[in-house]
Design a protein around this ligand. Sequence first.
Ligand SMILES: Cc1cc2nc3c(=O)[nH]c(=O)nc-3n(C[C@H](O)[C@H](O)[C@H](O)COP(=O)(O)O)c2cc1C
Length: 196
Amino acid sequence: MEFNKQSGEQFVALMGQRRSHPRLEAPAPDEALMQTIFNASLRAPDHMHLRPWRFLTIAGTDRQLLGDLFAKDLQSKDPGVDATKLDSAVNKAFRAPLIVVGVASYDNNERVPKIEQAIAAAGVLHNMGMAVYASGFGSVWRTGPYASSAIVKEGLGVLKDEDIVGYLYVGTPSKGDRPLKPILAESFFSAWPGTE
Ligand SMILES: Cc1cc2nc3c(=O)[nH]c(=O)nc-3n(C[C@H](O)[C@H](O)[C@H](O)COP(=O)(O)O)c2cc1C
């Protein structure tokens, strides 16, 4: 596909409006669209093309099993936890119709440290959120205690030497978008050493 200046400009403008959608409902993008999004997302920068990542998709009734793992983790940390809190942990898995679990799956490589590999995996997850947004849907990236929990990791089949870089919750935004607060490049970018 040849580069098209106009669609490039549209892409950058869209990127400048990207936002997360913490409140999501059905439907998620259909399977064909998600495959397109996954393929595009995998074009993230990746030192030595190690592909140090894998992704789990969880949808439909399978979300109950994820919710059960969240509750199991909570109970292990607080054996006296009440039923309301356990329900709330389970319900976290139902916050969106589709959840993509991003896993950094490290290659033992002398030239590419683990942190670079985790960053590459995170780049794919970020691309995914961006592509979901560009497709007219919404997503939110979450981590929290369930991303590092040994119980949740084991339940998901994530190995001890792999890391969950995030859960991308995907669906249709439940609410209209709030106006974006401006974020200015000049607050974060400066010329170095700035002699000119
Ligand atoms: C690595 C990572 C982990 C995050 N974990 C959480 C989380 O656990 N809970 C949460 O509410 N937001 C989390 N966020 C932030 C949201 O994804 C989102 O960026 C934030 O709510 C701001 O919204 P915005 O993306 O529209 O600016 C995380 C973001 C990143 C990059």
